[in-house]
Design a protein around this ligand. Structure first.
Ligand SMILES: O=C(O)c1ccccc1N[C@@H]1O[C@H](COP(=O)(O)O)[C@@H](O)[C@H]1O
Length: 227
């Protein structure tokens, strides 16, 4: 399978266009009021319209309630809901079933013991995202630009595609891909010039570096060989 590259926290048309032209497979729209990347539903719908099917639209939510999800599903119709809060496996299953939507559950990792929850989430999610566990006093559950020990998730295969995030940037993404060989990479802070301000050159550099590493590692080759 080809490597998936997600650019998260897009707020403007120009940056959406940059991410699409750079070759991002997934674009993330953040619905979290405390985030510098937060967008309104109306803005998200406008941004999403620009994709014209060139990338999957991901709605990033944190412990969303059903009323909010109903609006998101009615107006935005995202390809995927990213759940980046304290959603239990039961709640993930409930959202997936109730709203008939694909879900990607984020799991915070700082130690091997954090991987214990992965099988339960894999059983009820379409994809997983492993991210740095936020510090206890962090204002945000993600988007903190913090990396974790990638060796903890190297080759992780819970039966669902797993994306890597947390402190990735154009300079370290190739190493992260080589070391983990996960299904995809997701970035927010690492392609910004300031919190919430995306940098077009960094986005292009990030996607290019990820694609070079993808070719070097041979993503897709094993899949093709397997038939
Ligand atoms: O981006 C945010 O502001 C955000 C807010 C709340 C939850 C998650 C958020 N972002 C996600 O966090 C990871 C890591 O981001 P970073 O590259 O370390 O900044 C990524 O999946 C973002 O989608």
């Amino acid at each position: 399978m080809p490597l998936l590259v997600k650019i998260c926290g897009i707020k403007t048309m120009a940056i959406m266009e940059t991410a699409l032209n750079a070759g991002a497979d997934m674009v993330g729209l953040v619905f979290f009021a405390k985030s510098p990347r937060n967008v309104s539903l109306a803005t998200a719908c406008t941004l999403s319209g620009r994709t014209c099917g060139r990338a999957a639209v991901v709605a990033l939510t944190v412990d969303p309630d059903d009323d909010f999800l109903q609006l998101v599903m009615r107006d935005l119709k995202p390809d995927l809901i990213q759940l980046h809060g304290r959603e239990t496996p039961e709640r993930v299953a409930d959202i997936r079933q109730r709203f008939k939507v694909r879900v990607m559950k984020a799991v915070g990792v700082s130690a091997r013991s954090d991987l214990a929850d992965i099988p339960a989430y894999a059983a009820v999610s379409d994809m997983l995202l492993v991210d740095a566990k936020p510090p206890k006093d962090a204002a945000h559950p993600g988007g903190n630009g913090l990396a974790f020990d990638w060796d903890l998730v190297a080759g992780l295969d819970p039966g669902r595609p797993v994306m890597l995030s947390g402190g990735l940037d154009p300079d370290n993404v190739a190493d992260a891909i080589r070391r983990t060989r996960l299904a995809g990479v997701d970035v927010s802070s690492g392609v910004e010039s300031a919190p919430g301000i995306k940098d077009a050159d960094k986005i292009k550099a990030f996607v290019a570096a990820a694609r070079r590493a993808e070719a070097e590692v041979g993503y897709g080759a094993a899949f093709a060989a397997a038939g």
